[in-house]
Design a protein around this ligand. Structure first.
Ligand SMILES: CC(C)(COP(=O)(O)OP(=O)(O)OC[C@H]1O[C@@H](n2cnc3c(N)ncnc32)[C@H](O)[C@@H]1OP(=O)(O)O)[C@@H](O)C(=O)NCCC(=O)NCCS
Length: 175
């Protein structure tokens, strides 16, 4: 089995990623999650996994951001929009794509830790991949101003040193 892994500019690769993200997160109006109105950041880079038979099967967005932790500036690497085509799950694709994203973050020497946001049904998935819950508070920007971000739970990944307590301000839109 051949898998092609590309890491592309986020904006340029959006047309490639969009159909998969829409298939995974396209909501019917009756069943909108609490975060459906949240304005999200655009990915800086995207990890795209493709196979010759199926085309795009998995996506991970990568976000580079200078946030603050307890008021101190710190550069982090975010991941978001992690998804695998529904009929191709359980084959290790997301694990490979997340590894590629972490590898890309490590290559950016300024990055101190990884940061993602997820819902309870994915806690075990990330904990099994060495992400740890961040137990402090997270703030971010939205069109209406600065808000406390508690729609999803923050998880951190140790690159140089990951905090698990305190206050993180994303200093921009969430991912
Ligand atoms: C979560 C998701 C990305 C996993 O993709 P995937 O390509 O199937 O992942 P992998 O094949 O690398 O890993 C699957 C493994 O994780 C486990 N797993 C998958 N989802 C899990 C979950 N929610 N909790 C715990 N374990 C989970 C599987 O049982 C499997 O375990 P195994 O390797 O021991 O068999 C995929 O289910 C998905 O797209 N979900 C919908 C979108 C979503 O929720 N994304 C996360 C946003 S933060």
């Amino acid at each position: 089995m051949t898998i092609e892994i590309d890491i592309l500019n986020g904006d340029a690769s959006w047309p490639i990623a969009k159909p998969l993200l829409s298939a995974v997160w396209g909501q019917d109006a009756a069943d909108k999650p609490a975060w459906s109105h949240v304005k999200w950041a655009n990915a800086d880079l995207r990890v795209l996994l493709e196979t010759p038979e199926d085309g795009l099967v998995c996506h991970v967005g990568i976000y580079f951001r200078t946030v603050t932790w307890n008021g101190q500036k710190v550069h982090v690497g975010g991941i978001g929009g992690v998804c695998t085509r529904e009929d191709r799950r359980g084959r290790g694709y997301a694990t490979i794509a997340i590894d590629a994203a972490v590898h890309t973050m490590r290559a950016n020497e300024a990055v101190r830790f990884g940061l993602l946001f997820c819902e309870p049904h994915n806690f075990a998935f990330y904990e099994a991949r060495k992400w740890q819950p961040f137990k402090g508070d997270v703030y971010c920007e939205q069109p209406e101003g600065r808000i406390r971000f508690d729609y999803m739970a923050p998880y951190v990944f140790d690159i140089v040193r990951a905090p698990t307590l305190g206050t993180i301000d994303l200093c921009g839109l969430p991912w």
